[in-house]
Design a protein around this ligand. Sequence first.
Ligand code: SF4
Length: 369
Amino acid sequence: MPHHSPSKLDAAAATRLLAWYHAHRRAMPWREQPTPYRVWLSEIMLQQTQVATVIPYFERFLARFPDLPALAAADEQAVLKLWEGLGYYSRARNLLKAARQLMAKHGSQFPETFDGLRTLPGIGDYTAAAVASIAFGEAVPVVDGNVLRVYTRRHVLADDITRPQTRAAVFATLQAWFKHLPSTTVFGDLNQALMELGAMVCTPRNPQCGNCPWATTCAARAAGTPEAYPVKRAKAAVPHYQVAVGVVWRQGKLLIAQRRPEQMLGSLWELPGGKQQPGETLAATVRRELREETGLVVKVGAELATVRHAYSHFRITLTAFTCHCPSGRARPLASAAVRWVRPAELAQLPFPTATRKLFPAILLPIDGA
Ligand code: SF4
């Protein structure tokens, strides 16, 4: 059986990859003027999110908060509102925290090194390496899912990429490669080239090896086994929850509750409700949750709408019920706040995507009333 030893990462590998990148890279708004602020914002948005989804969010965000001082002075609800629909909302809250920290303790400047950036809220190895290399030219590699796929294929590395040790080993090998390249190398471009290669050519299915600048030096291609890499531990089954929420109107206003900041979807608004417990009907869930969350005793009426939504670690089916509750004061017993709002105000507040999906069905009776 032929043995396909992977070709060393050398200066020629960098030259070929960079030439390919300069010929084929996609235009992206943050690639045009890679200031630290723009690179940082784009990299935070790009965590867990596709480029095409990020572009309009990035542009809206920059129009509203063009620089660090503008962002640091922002209201958290305004930041969350601009993030609405992008998911992983702790990214938005950390963005604001980091901006305020930079203004207060760093003289409104970004630290210029990987280690310095790593100390900011919401900045892990990936983002620190991306900002340090792209905005400041530091020779530090980015190791994301795209890079791991390209690397494990080129080097037929069969280690489980979900293990931190595997990521650390890939980081160390790429770091050693970077250190041996000429100091004139544009390391930000080299990182972006690796990520772009993974996104555009070395794709999870049907990689376009014929168009790859590393085709002649890739061990998986030589072996005819690119799709065998990367190796990942099988994911645990994703749990599914039934969630029921109450639609309570009073004098033309709808009752909403704000999630506590430390919760998932923290500081976003939602309809009061929660997870169905064993042996409970969904109507009973709504009654119990309304009492526990707001202190209101409600009479549960018609089912208004059901939507499904998938999060990273679980899925939900969300059902909204009309609730009648003529009296009693709503109190924030399990949330940060409760409010009665007019339908027109809903557009100004940040809501999770699943809750937003319910609005057309919920607001319909009001239009007809
Ligand atoms: S030759 Fe194919 S498998 Fe190897 S790095 Fe290029 S696209 Fe990926």
